[in-house]
Design a protein around this ligand. Sequence first.
Ligand SMILES: NC(=O)c1ccc[n+]([C@@H]2O[C@H](COP(=O)([O-])OP(=O)(O)OC[C@H]3O[C@@H](n4cnc5c(N)ncnc54)[C@H](O)[C@@H]3O)[C@@H](O)[C@H]2O)c1
Length: 330
Amino acid sequence: MNITFFNSKAYDQQFFTEANRDYEHQLKFLEVPLNEHTAVLAKGSEAVCIFVNDLANAPVLHLLKEAGIKLIALRCAGYNNVDLKAAAELGLKVVRVPAYSPYAVAEHTLALILALNRKTHRAYNRVREGNFALNGLMGFDLHGRTVGIIGLGKIGLVTARILKGFGCRVLGYDIRNNEEAIQIGIEFTDLDSVYAHSDIISLHCPLTPQTYHLINEEAIGKMKAGVMLINTSRGAIIDTQAVIKGLKSEKIKYLGLDVYEEEGDLFFEDLSNKVIQDDVFMRLLSFNNVLITGHQAFFTTDALQSIAHVTLQNITDFEQGNDLTNEVLP
Ligand SMILES: NC(=O)c1ccc[n+]([C@@H]2O[C@H](COP(=O)([O-])OP(=O)(O)OC[C@H]3O[C@@H](n4cnc5c(N)ncnc54)[C@H](O)[C@@H]3O)[C@@H](O)[C@H]2O)c1
């Protein structure tokens, strides 16, 4: 099948080209993001392959349909950037990669927690400058601390297992019961209890209308003073302005983000020679207890191999009329 890739980087080209030896699709790699101006570039393909910040709203889907596209293949787990209702009305199928490596994202979550706690991001710079003073670098033992996990799916569960290994008490909140979580000793509770009792709160639920700005002023008000907040899920689950207020009042003592609600204009690009126009993002960067990575939690060789294979298999299944096990329905 002819597939146009939007927003593709050198690593996408490498991993998809290698995986495609088993599938033999025709791959066209474009660096531009998918939007109303670029959708027409998919002409000649039957499928488009898109990533987290490509825009697949109703007008874009109309243009893709006109260009002859039949399948939208997401090379990621989240699908909040696709108007699923519009896709269904246009007869466009949508597939995704529901699980590639929960370990990649869970381990990055731990990297943020550990770096923020022990301030390794600051220590790295100090030591390079010959400053071996320890003031300001004091951390706390993770052992015995309470961590609240919101969203106990694949990634939340792996994160909880790792934290259990550190000797943490793990509280969990999810809209669904999860037997596996209970078996490994996660204490299921309600959101208010997660907020009230957690020293660290880590977000692992998808971005949906229900989770949009879940972490707002009211939620922050219910949290323990000095809480550490970690988001490796989707940026808009956090109301960034409310979190900035929380950082200024020192209610939030540490913030670790791999995602940001306006990341579409920033992440995955080298903007080091440009003036960044996003004042809210720049305010976040001004706090020394905020650690931000640019949506890299998924970025391991294991995950990229898995993403490429599952995506190409999804497309082969569509081409051959097989059941679409990874279809996303409205
Ligand atoms: N930073 C990255 O690189 C990266 C990579 C992969 C996934 N993600 C994000 O991580 C999220 C979780 O991934 P996953 O594979 O664990 O998904 P999953 O579907 O296995 O788990 C999500 C869990 O969230 C729960 N949930 C849904 N709505 C909720 C709500 N309102 N409140 C509490 N819980 C709710 C679900 O019941 C489910 O158990 C994805 O949706 C995606 O946005 C980020």
